[in-house]
Design a protein around this ligand. Sequence first.
Ligand code: SF4
Length: 333
Amino acid sequence: MRAPFRKALLAWYEAVFRDLPWRQTSDFYRVWISEIMLQQTRVEAVIPYYLRFLERFPTVECLAAAPEQDVLAAWSGLGYYSRARNLHRAAQQVAEGGVPSTHPEIAALAGIGPYTSAAIASIVLGLPHAAVDGNVIRVVSRLTNDASEISSPAARRRFGEIAQGLLDAARPGDFNQAMMELGATVCKPGAPLCGQCPVVTFCAARGAGTERELPVKLKKAKTRDVLLQLMIFRRADEVYLVQRDAGESRLAGFWELPDKSLFPRLQGRLAAEFTHQIVNDRFRVSVWSSRGSPELPEGRWTAVADLGGIPLATISRKALKAVPDMAIFGSTR
Ligand code: SF4
């Protein structure tokens, strides 16, 4: 069954292949950047960041030598900033030790887990390692009609072994990408498009009519509402920003709008409201503006035109965009 399965999947992949910028290369650096950016982020959102990042840091040596603030600035808006910090650290590892040429060497780089190391090893080095992410687990659970709860270590191990057994060792990079593409575009969560599926004849869940019930997942933790009130202070074409302390791990070093609670007596004007979700936290953000100048906390005035060049927290970026008369902000990104 494996050989016909591989043949059907790869033929489909060749027909629907999306010519994404990182698929035009097998260069380690370029594939690696794309794999890190694609973690938790949609392809369409990644493309402009990927192109800009490579323009700014065309080689691993450039990235290794750059100040961390510049790397975070180039990453601003993509979220999950630990990825950028690890990427920077790993670039320094590569600049010192050379480009990895084995799977363990790739896996030893900062911020690279089993999925990413397998993806890079297969795409760049042609090594037969199955890259198993959430898309692939969903596909495998349906192909095998396996109702195991997918966060259990035993189930993840089993799905990983099945994916490894299915892998086409002659074309591991293409095969891994084909499985991910199938999961992302056809074998979708909730309602898979079985009528368009190239491997429908191999699918046990489809045969049993259980494809919509799989994979089985634990119930999600409840979403928590977090109220956030931000102040925009303006002076000509500048806004006032404060910087997160170095000790605050996730956004350490990032710039953001000051919190309104710092100015209890200030009468601001409510300029915009929006929500922003980060994992289980739903931020309900109110944006206030003021042209007054109360005593400001430590921070700096920054020209709106320069905002694209500094690491700016995503919620503050959204807040600035949400305020109609900050339209000039649109020109920075
Ligand atoms: S037949 Fe349907 S459920 Fe099975 S792999 Fe294809 S899209 Fe997924």
